[in-house]
Design a protein around this ligand. Structure first.
Ligand code: PEP
Ligand code: MG
Length: 599
């Protein structure tokens, strides 16, 4: 805290943009759980009390769901209702209900205590899975447990007060149901939470709705009070509580610059991403939910380059049906038609599985995931392939298999697709002919035999996130080795060139959908490689387009040649930055300097 009463906090930049508004703190502090041993004759009444609290909790959640559904069409509705459904399933989960009942009956704990103990047991099971996603799901179990306990105590469990429009919502953690209510009822300006990570639902929902958010701040709730002025810089993960008049003016100017910049960038929304020397690159979007499509289109996305369908699984504890998959794919295909939509089959496995289907694996990233998992689970794979084929008549579908390591795996996946097609044809279901089938190139083995793979598929999409992980041998989620995560490492560059050359020789398009595709500083290098489609988060598209339109692909090729003659990744990075600053003076600063705080 500075002498002026201003605090500057740094967290995780979860959703970009700058917001300035009054703090609306939501008290999500844990309830105190009373603990008491029951007399034997009290057990039955306690079990009845528990049952009532479970029923009440379910009723309340169904009311929340109804509210959300009334706002149907608002972005984020489907993922919100899926999350609420997941919570309702938890209320019926044996691990929770039977365990709590057992504790009441056998250990004679009061119901509140029994629920708390059952929740702790489930969470410790989750804890064994280091995966970020499942750490986040522990918050969901807490949320459900807290709701039951509050109902046992006769307390109102909901965030019943509605924040005023333009408020900055500050909370220790926001449950998905809280987020759903806050976002659907009012237009809040931003979110800040003590807890959370990039993959938390609050972060995903905020990005989908383009609400700036900073999460993982640590102690915002102890420093900010209702009514305080707060600045949220969601692009940098900075939060300023009670800014000085000077700071506030600086941020207002930064906000105006950010908005002007966005408007300026969006002027070219409907223009092609064509270089000065007439090379056109398709700028597409990566999505995790169908709800992200409007934002993608409003940023000038020309296609969906990667739909990560496994997200449909991860927000729930049961398996989606073929019909649910079909409806979801159909929605995205129709929204984009006639533009192409590349739907990637499930990248599930390791810890990325619904509860009840998880198995412990020492090295999940090297284990049974993605296509390996699907080939091992033919029924699950078949239901997705059938849904995709059925949806094919509603738009311009491209099907993509993830984590292909070699030709045999590609053939096995194609055979599963052919079998699904044959079944549907026998059933007389209308299907589209000639759906392009492509693969992610995200394993070094695939990159090295790209020439052979290219003969057996219609397109490549380079997944740099995994390709870099597996090439340099670093866990992409481990911050201790993050310093080694270098897209411009010579080994990565050589592989990228090999993939693109193989694609060109076989005359198949090569796309890139890893994070590298959306980094403006790399745009010239990617033009040099001859990538035909770049797929990224919707909001990154306008900036990348600006660079593509100002660039010459021939300059990119010359730059690439120079880079391949260098050796050390730092030297390669420096060369790229110098070239970009020389060719596009001030442009990269525009991207980096939206806020007044440097760093
Ligand atoms: C990648 O690996 O680059 C990719 C796009 O896939 P994901 O990030 O979903 O693993
Ligand atoms: Mg990947």
């Amino acid at each position: 805290m500075t002498p002026s009463g201003t605090s500057i906090l740094v967290g995780i930049a979860a959703s970009p943009g700058i917001a300035i508004g009054r703090c609306w703190s939501v008290d999500r502090r844990r309830v105190r759980t009373p603990k008491r041993r029951l007399a034997p004759e009290e057990v039955d009444a306690e079990l009845a009390r528990l049952r009532t609290a479970l029923e009440l909790s379910d009723l309340q959640l169904s009311e929340v769901k109804e509210k959300v559904e009334r706002a149907e069409g608002a972005p984020g509705t489907a993922e919100h209702t899926a999350i609420i459904d997941m919570h309702r399933m938890m209320l019926k989960d044996e691990m929770l209900v039977l365990e709590a009942q057992r504790l009441v009956r056998e250990d004679r704990l009061n119901a509140e205590w029994a629920v708390k103990r059952a929740v702790r047991k489930i969470k410790s099971a989750f804890h064994e899975h280091a995966d970020e996603y499942f750490k986040e799901r522990r918050a969901d179990v807490d949320y459900v447990g807290e709701r039951i306990i509050k109902n046992l105590l006769g307390q109102a469990p909901d965030v019943d007060e509605v924040p005023p429009e333009g408020a900055i919502v500050v909370a220790h953690d926001l449950s998905p149901a809280d987020t759903a209510l806050l976002l659907h009822e009012r237009k809040v300006a931003a979110f800040v939470t003590d807890a959370g990570a990039k993959t938390s639902h609050t972060a995903i929902v905020a990005r989908a709705l383009e609400v700036p958010a900073v999460v993982g701040v640590g102690r915002i709730t102890t420093l900010a009070s209702r009514g305080d002025w707060i600045v949220v810089d969601g692009s940098r993960g900075v939060v300023v509580i009670n800014p000085t008049p000077g700071e506030r003016a600086d941020y207002e100017a930064a906000q105006a610059r950010y908005r002007a910049e966005e408007t300026e960038l969006l002027r070219t929304r409907d223009l092609p991403a064509r270089t000065q020397d007439d090379v056109t690159v398709r700028l597409a979007g990566n999505i995790e939910f169908a709800e992200e499509v409007p934002s993608l289109l409003s940023h000038g996305g020309e296609a969906v380059g990667l739909y990560r369908t496994e997200f449909l699984f991860l927000g729930r504890s049961d398996l989606p049906t073929e019909e649910e998959h079909y409806q979801d794919y159909r929605r995205v295909l129709e929204a984009l038609a006639p533009r192409p939509v590349t739907i990637r089959t499930f990248d599930l496995g390791g810890d990325k599985l619904p509860a009840g289907m998880r198995v412990h694996a020492e090295n999940p990233a090297l284990g049974l995931r993605a296509i390996r998992y699907c080939l091992r689970q033919p029924d699950l794979f078949r239901s997705q392939l059938r849904a995709l084929l059925r949806a094919s008549v509603h738009g311009n579908l491209r099907i993509m298999f993830p984590m292909i390591s070699g030709v045999a795996e590609l053939r096995a996946a194609r055979k599963a697709l052919d079998d699904a097609r044959a079944d549907l044809e026998r059933e007389g279901v209308p299907l589209k002919a000639g759906i392009p089938v492509g693969i992610m190139i995200e394993l070094p083995s695939a990159a090295m035999i790209a020439d052979r793979l290219a003969k057996e598929c219609a397109f490549f999409s380079i997944g740099t996130n995994d390709l870099i992980q597996y090439t340099i041998g670093i866990d992409r989620q481990n911050k201790d080795v993050a310093y080694l995560y270098k897209p411009l490492h010579l080994a990565v560059l050589r592989l990228l060139k090999q993939i693109c050359d193989a694609g060109r020789a076989a005359n198949i398009p090569v796309s890139m959908c890893g994070e590298m595709a959306g980094e403006p500083v790399n745009a010239l290098v990617l033009l040099g490689l001859g990538v035909s489609e770049l797929s990224m988060n919707g909001p990154s598209i306008p900036f990348v387009k600006r660079i593509v339109r100002a660039a010459r692909a021939a300059d990119g090729r010359a730059l690439l040649e120079r880079l391949l003659s260098l050796t050390v990744a730092d030297d390669i990075e420096r060369e790229v930055r110098t070239e970009m600053e020389r060719r596009f003076p001030g442009l990269l600063e525009d991207e980096a300097n939206v806020g007044p705080v440097s760093g």
